[in-house]
Write a protein that binds this ligand. Sequence first.
Ligand SMILES: NC(=O)c1ccc[n+]([C@@H]2O[C@H](COP(=O)([O-])OP(=O)(O)OC[C@H]3O[C@@H](n4cnc5c(N)ncnc54)[C@H](OP(=O)(O)O)[C@@H]3O)[C@@H](O)[C@H]2O)c1
Length: 305
Amino acid sequence: MKPRIVLAGGSGFVGQLLSPFLVSKNCEVIVLTRAEPDHGGAVRNVHWNGKTVADWVEFVNGAYAMVNLTGRSINCRHTPENRREIIDSRVDSVRVLGQAIGRCAQPPQVFLQIAGVGIYGDKGERICDETTAPGDDFMTEVCQKWEAAFDSVDAPKTRKVLLRLGGVLGPNGGFLGLLGRLTRWFLGGQVGSGRQYISWIHVTDLSRMVLASIENQELTGTLNATSPNPVTNAEFVRELRRALHRPWSPPVPEFAARIGSWLMGTEASLALVSQRCAPKRFLENGFNFEFPTLRPALTNIFPSQ
Ligand SMILES: NC(=O)c1ccc[n+]([C@@H]2O[C@H](COP(=O)([O-])OP(=O)(O)OC[C@H]3O[C@@H](n4cnc5c(N)ncnc54)[C@H](OP(=O)(O)O)[C@@H]3O)[C@@H](O)[C@H]2O)c1
């Protein structure tokens, strides 16, 4: 029988790339989604509301692993209402998945929670590994509440692993969605000073990290899921322009980034904050990156641009 992997919130950008990877590794993939159930194709979509335990618990019972990708996108204006939804969607989903595990006769062997490097706040040039203290901005608050909810899950028979993701690079959206469009429109200049660091991960390496976290019985606790080579914003946009065959673009000063972000319905802080993260624990565990540096990662994603 194929090992069953339950992907809560697996209908989004990461889940859509992770599902075929897991299917190719001979796993049965179940996606928990607020959308209609759907039984066609290699991946089965099962309805849930992300808040309360219901029939979907039967798919958690006997599953090999549960991976939680749920969370309202942070790429929006951080109004009080959106802030509440950003936090609640994350905390509620962790809590209800913990309750579901508690109801299983055969609980999953591993519960893998996806979180973010936003917990470190704005750390400038300082290198952040898993032991670095949290920051003090809104994204830190989100990540702290998210991680605290996961810490509170009481599941003695289930191994718990949490991955702090950097910006995930992959085709068709995600971190490169808006940035790619702006760059194609000849608006791909550095933002602010350009010295703020971006921690990124190619989706292939992220998928391999997810699999390693599921398979490696020794792995527990928190790990940074980022490439070993974070780059400054200036370098990132230069490499992206190169990958998309666009010429130099004028820098975008901070005030213009704030106005532009507001007009596009998002937050400039997401592009101005500096996180220079190191995947210390993955490296200690012998993880081999397929895309450790940015240029080949972008060339892989935009091969014929
Ligand atoms: N992509 C990145 O670069 C990145 C970086 C760091 C951290 N992360 C984290 O990794 C996870 C996956 O990222 P992603 O890019 O795949 O996100 P995504 O495309 O926004 O997908 C997240 C999924 O969460 C579900 N969701 C959204 N709002 C919800 C709500 N209010 N209540 C319940 N479920 C809700 C949606 O599923 P349904 O609509 O089907 O229910 C959606 O498909 C997220 O938690 C994200 O914060 C991502």
